[in-house]
Design a binder for this molecule. Structure first.
Ligand code: HEM
Ligand SMILES: *[C@@H]1O[C@H](CO)[C@@H](O)[C@H](O)[C@H]1NC(C)=O
Ligand SMILES: *[C@@H]1O[C@H](CO)[C@@H](O)[C@H](O)[C@H]1NC(C)=O
Ligand SMILES: *[C@@H]1O[C@H](CO)[C@@H](O)[C@H](O)[C@H]1NC(C)=O
Ligand SMILES: *[C@@H]1O[C@H](CO)[C@@H](O)[C@H](O)[C@H]1NC(C)=O
Length: 314
């Protein structure tokens, strides 16, 4: 330290201030058991039902794309409050709220009033991916919870499965995420399920869908009815966080219209090829992009609150 010049001290200070909003050590003093408590609850939920890992990962995404990662997605509707749960992309689709409640109450037991619901979602997303064999990354912490939510922003800003490649690129660019990060993050669809209603139009009206894949999907997703029937987003290894999603796209086996857009003779084909043959590259890029997504407009300092119950404002 004595050998450190005055100018390098100020450079360091500047760099730290610029990125000091969130920190990986945020709870080290105030709640040293926070991360291990969340991790064991996620492990137990995912071992009971593998899909829960997918559902928890998606909650963090749908939180971050609406007014930043502030746990707005978790707020229940009441007589005088409208949350985001009935927005088109969320209604009858988002799940895992009860698991988040369990995690929150366990964390409240070890350190009451300290750990935000927004941070719980960020850590649970990482732990879910790890539990299904995916990459680990260091989660940045210190987000606080919103006292508001936005149904209209949930409807407008969460990308729809009907989007074209340029629509997907814009939706992510609007949140400060690059095209390359969008492709990496889409690899989340290597786990989890979608309802028939989310891919019926692709199944019955599109040409760039693998014929044998389409034929098998039609059994559980008829041209009318069965809206809530589920099919895996990754037909090959639905419960493993691997790069099979990208291999499927090369065979025209993307389930959603938006999935196949990433490999439809457009500018992102080459990145799909890279991830399809390079598992390690995908893992590393996915972790980096998750950190970036987790940094979208967090509430820090004295804004927001630490909710006691993730479903309602204190
Ligand atoms: C690129 C734009 C995206 C679109 C258009 C999109 C759309 C969708 C749709 C329509 C579903 C199925 C919902 C249903 O039928 O109930 C779904 C599921 C899912 N999405 Fe996305 N998504 C996108 C990006 C992401 C990202 C960035 C993540 C996370 C990093 C993610 C994680 C998931 C997961 C894990 C599931 C399965 C959830 C479960 O089984 O409970 N998605 N997505
Ligand atoms: C909403 O209504 C509840 C009682 O139903 C009341 O306790 C609460 O203060 C109200 N919240 C607002 C923001 O008006
Ligand atoms: C949400 O889904 C329920 C069925 O579970 C339906 O009755 C309701 O109309 C839907 N809400 C919106 C806003 O679409
Ligand atoms: C469709 O899937 C089959 C079986 O996996 C594969 O052999 C074939 O190449 C695929 N077709 C296209 C157009 O990718
Ligand atoms: C890409 O172009 C090839 C050759 O022109 C065509 O056979 C294929 O269906 C196209 N793929 C997609 C996904 O549109």
């Amino acid at each position: 330290m004595a050998s450190m010049s005055i100018s390098s001290f100020f450079v360091l200070l500047l760099v730290r201030t610029a990125s000091a909003q969130l920190s990986s050590t945020f709870y080290d003093k105030t709640c040293p058991k926070a991360l291990s408590t969340i991790q064991s609850a996620v492990k137990s939920a995912v071992s009971k039902e593998a899909r829960m890992g997918a559902s928890l990962l998606r909650l963090h995404f749908h939180d971050c794309f609406v007014n930043g990662c502030d746990a707005s997605v978790l707020l229940d509707d009441t007589a005088n409050f409208t949350g985001e749960k009935t927005a088109g992309p969320n209604n009858n689709s988002l799940r895992g709220f009860d698991v988040v409640d369990t995690i929150k109450s366990q964390v409240e037991n070890v350190c009451p009033g300290v750990v935000s619901c927004a941070d719980i979602l960020a850590v649970a997303a990482r732990d879910s991916v790890v539990a299904l064999g995916g990459p680990a990354w260091t989660v940045q912490l210190g987000r606080r919870d919103a006292t508001t939510a936005s149904l209209s922003t949930a409807n407008s800003d969460i990308p729809a499965p009907t989007l074209s490649l340029s629509g997907l690129i814009s939706a992510f660019s609007n949140k400060g995420l690059s095209t390359s990060e969008m492709v990496a993050l889409s690899g989340a669809h290597t786990i989890g399920q979608a309802r028939c209603t989310s891919f019926r139009t692709r199944l019955y009206n599109e040409n760039n869908i693998n014929a044998s894949f389409a034929a098998s999907l039609k059994n559980s997703c008829p041209s009318s009815g069965g809206d809530n029937n589920l099919s895996p987003l990754d037909v090959t290894t639905p419960n493993a966080f691997d790069n099979a999603y990208f291999k499927n796209l090369q065979l025209q086996k993307g389930l959603l219209h938006s999935d196949q857009q990433l490999f439809s003779n457009g500018s992102t084909d080459s990145q799909v090829n890279t991830y399809s043959s390079g598992l390690a590259t995908f893992r590393s890029d996915f972790g980096d992009a998750m950190v970036k997504m987790g940094n979208i407009s967090p509430l820090t300092g004295s804004s927001g609150q630490i909710r006691k119950n993730c479903r309602k404002v204190n």
